[in-house]
Write a protein that binds this ligand. Structure first.
Ligand code: GDP
Length: 300
């Protein structure tokens, strides 16, 4: 089994490639939950849903969120009625959020609720929320301390950030399933996800770094030069005092990664790192990068 640490865009592109080379039951994915929120009584777990929809062959791979071909009738009607519908949720996607809320309100853990939804969708990979405890990324901006979704979706990331804060304070425990998946893996991949908002929260869960230090870990950079391929990783790295680049990412992961992969176009060399084409513009490029990662694991 290969265990992959994931957010909701870059790493799912790599998972698309890994699935072409390995059967789904051989993959376990530890997913960031620090972007989760309750909205209109429903529970959104954006990165978990992207990974679930990928394995259920439902994902919209133009946007890397939501369900391909979904409709937005409920969203439009809610807006007309005056609901503050700042996150555009599709009709079928909303059904997942309704079901998750129902299961959580019945007292299920997020891990159990995710397993239930995964089974209903026919997903055979293990999709594991990093923790069952609340732990959300907030950013300090001139508009105040905002939940990441407020910053990224409502304000389109167009605010300067001076600080990244996780709430509630204190590190949450990783679930037993997460620690077992890391300890029982042939190797672990830290995917090309946002180091501050996607991978950072997973590494902060109690027990994860210690488990990774015992495992063989390959990390893949989400940066090309000083820019991420997409999203706000640059501004967030700067806000936590790190260089927004592959080198800055490498330094963040240094204590737990055995191999580091960054792009052939990156302007700087990182000693000991492996170069590859990391731009996963289509399924073939995803597969090629997945092959590089698997070769590193097998040739170690
Ligand atoms: P989020 O939850 O939507 O923020 O998703 P992630 O954290 O999983 O992914 C965002 C990160 O993926 C960004 O920092 C991007 O630079 C990175 N990314 C997106 N597409 C690619 C790609 O094709 N290759 C690589 N190497 N990184 C990518």
């Amino acid at each position: 089994m290969i265990t992959v640490l994931s957010g909701g865009t870059g790493t799912p592109k790599l998972l698309r490639g890994l699935r072409r080379l390995l059967p789904d039951p051989d993959l376990a994915v530890v997913v960031n939950t620090a972007e989760d929120c309750w909205l209109y009584g429903n529970h959104l777990s954006p990165d978990v849903d992207t990974v679930l929809y990928l394995f259920a062959d439902l994902l919209d791979t133009e946007t890397w969120w939501g369900i391909r071909g979904d409709t937005f009738a409920t969203h439009e009607m809610a807006k007309q009625l005056g609901v503050d519908a700042f996150i555009k949720v599709g009709d079928r996607d909303r059904a997942t959020h309704i079901r998750r809320a129902e299961l959580l309100q019945e007292g299920m853990t997020l891990t159990a609720a995710t397993a239930s939804i995964a089974s209903a969708l026919g997903v055979t990979a293990q999709v594991l929320p990093m923790t069952d405890a609340p732990y959300a990324t907030h950013v300090r901006t001139p508009e105040g301390l905002l939940h990441f979704q407020e910053y990224w979706v409502r304000h389109h990331g167009a605010l300067p950030i001076t600080e990244v804060v996780r709430l509630p304070p204190g590190r949450p425990p990783a679930t037993r399933a997460v620690l077992d998946a890391i300890r029982g893996a042939e190797a672990v991949v830290i995917g090309p996800s946002n180091p501050v908002t996607s991978i950072g929260p997973i590494l902060e869960c109690r027990g994860v770094v210690e488990a990774l230090q015992e495992a063989f870990v390959v990390a893949v950079s989400p940066f090309l030069g000083t820019e991420p391929i997409s999203g706000p990783a640059g501004a967030l790295m700067a806000a936590v005092g790190r260089e927004p680049s592959s080198l800055g990412t490498f330094q963040l992961y240094e204590e737990c990664a055995d191999r580091f992969v960054h792009d052939i176009r990156d302007p700087i060399d990182i000693q000991g790192a492996v170069r590859a084409d990391t731009l996963m513009v289509d399924p073939e490029h995803s597969e090629a990068l997945a092959r590089v990662v698997l070769d590193l694991m097998r040739g170690r």
